[in-house]
Design a protein around this ligand. Sequence first.
Ligand code: HSE
Length: 436
Amino acid sequence: MKPVKVGLLGLGTVGGGTLNVLVRNAAEIARRAGRDIVVAQAAAREFNAEGLDGIDSLDVSDDAFSVVDNPEIDIVVELIGGYSPARELVLKAIENGKHVVTANKALIALHGNEIFEAAQAKGVTVAFEAAVAGGIPIIKALREGLAANHIEWIAGIINGTGNFILTEMKDKGRDFADVLAEAQALGYAEADPTFDVEGIDAAHKLTILASLAFGIPLQFDRCYTEGISRIEPQDVEYAEQFGYRIKHLGVTRRVANGVELRVHPTLIPERRLIANVDGVMNAVLVKGDAVGPTLYYGAGAGSLPTASAVVADIIDVARTLTIDPENRVPHLAFQPGELADLPVLPMEDVETAYYLRMTATDKPGVVAAVAGILGDAGISIEAMSQKEPAPGETEVPLVMLTHRVSERQMNAAIGKIEALDSVAGTVTRIRVEHLG
Ligand code: HSE
């Protein structure tokens, strides 16, 4: 059978890894795909040829559109990242009748609805396994392996850089900026690292997971997003004293009146497997009604792990080249005409338990005043701890865990607590998920 010809856009961390895996494992890949898969052309503005297998014999230009317009190319692999020109390149590739493989979570989360509609109309596939959790085959698991299930919720550590930072803070007390610089040097961090630490990258990925799980259109703009930059070492320590770990979690859950879609730091009981996922590793916990909870773990970033997912997609596309487009696995797991219009709930309607930390004057009646506000709001306290004042200090940290309550009720209670004369500054709130 004729070889499948791949056009590679980007020869950076993921593009380079993809070239290397395709060249290194060519014989085995051909045995799996049923035909040879060759990189026929690549485009990159700048790249380091050192360590790139087969680069000397590869036609590399700096014009990505020349790859997309090359009639010889069957599959365009977009590994440039970012919104533009990635969107234009992918849409042009589709218009030219080419299949597309991409690792671009930002592109899929923001422009996926438009891209899948165009691909559907043209009868081509856009595959995006590498867009979520790097090398973990979570898209495949949700779309195919769990297809029998009514998915109830997903909770994931889906940003390796953020998890690396939290882990180093917990284990080594390292400085935030120092750990971030290391993640950048290792090629884990986004071009704009605020995407990692402020949760935008995780929100891109969670948006995609929610669509696959619940059969809803991609709605990145509805995702509540809160980063890890305000987590203090004392919160990590207090959480541990209560038996919890702080993780930056993406949570999406089907509830009676819609879907929750939220990324924020979260206390998780330390006995949960996912609470022990450290460093740059990712993990996604999926609860299906038939299968129960399933956990997917692996490298969420990096050259070869991400290339593993990209190449798996290329093989998948190569295998389906001769299949009637109507009978391919649908892009968003559900048939295009079957997407539901379940609303994504505003954060105020979401219900979770909470960790609260405040600085209170060390005098009688303060704890009673705080507990009274929570009690009046119908918020039940699960655990409370008042720390010793430092020598000469008159203020003490007051830390508590609450039972589940709506964000709206908690916002109102926090407003009243912050208005107390005996409470200084703002109340730190971190949501708690038991993931039972
Ligand atoms: N910046 C991302 C991360 C890369 O740290 O997880 C993989 O998407």
